[in-house]
Design a protein around this ligand. Structure first.
Ligand SMILES: [Zn+2]
Length: 178
């Protein structure tokens, strides 16, 4: 019995591609991943909403409004840094969401075999102070560094499996009593 609502969102939009690195834009990666995750959630019978139809990524200004109505809301991004060696996954959220954020970091770090930077506060990282967290109460998931060739290669190799393990974690979360 599903007791909590879930919203998954792809960061950025067609008009705002986000960071660029190693032949990819952030918007393209997170849109594809949102759709992979949607398929894996559907296969588990999890009910959820998302920021657009398959292949469609609504602008952030609409995503936070949707996030605010949900028990669990995730928005996917990629990190970027001038040094190509910067690596790993992290989440940004309010303190009340850091426990789940930490569990999300764990499965992403293990599946992609990249560093675990952990669950951080809203003011950390390049995507700090986004409305998705500050007004939507959601969790920003910085999947990996798009500026790091090894992070990108590992993501491309393991993205299908990553969608499955994250869907498994979320399927358990939405059944929780609180
Ligand atoms: Zn971003």
């Amino acid at each position: 019995m599903q007791t909590r609502t879930l919203f998954i969102s792809a960061g950025h939009s067609d008009a705002d591609p986000g960071a660029v690195g190693n032949g990819y834009t952030e918007a393209d990666i997170v849109l594809e991943f949102r759709d992979l995750l949607a398929g894996a959630l559907r296969a588990r019978g999890v009910e959820f909403s998302k920021d657009g139809e398959p292949g469609q990524n609504l602008p952030l200004s609409k995503a936070w409004r949707l996030a605010a109505t949900q028990d669990i809301a995730l928005e996917f991004h990629c990190n970027a840094f001038r040094a190509a060696t910067a690596t790993g996954v992290e989440t940004l959220s309010w303190p009340g969401q850091m426990d789940l954020g930490g569990r999300i970091c764990n499965v992403i770090s293990e599946t992609l075999d990249i560093a675990n930077r952990g669950a951080k506060g809203e003011a950390s990282g390049q995507h700090s102070r986004l409305a998705f967290v500050s007004r939507g109460g959601g969790i920003i998931v910085e999947l990996f560094f798009i500026s790091n060739p090894q992070d990108v290669a590992r993501y491309q190799r393991w993205k299908l499996q990553l969608a499955e393990v994250l869907a498994e974690l979320l399927a358990e979360e939405v059944m929780c009593a609180d």
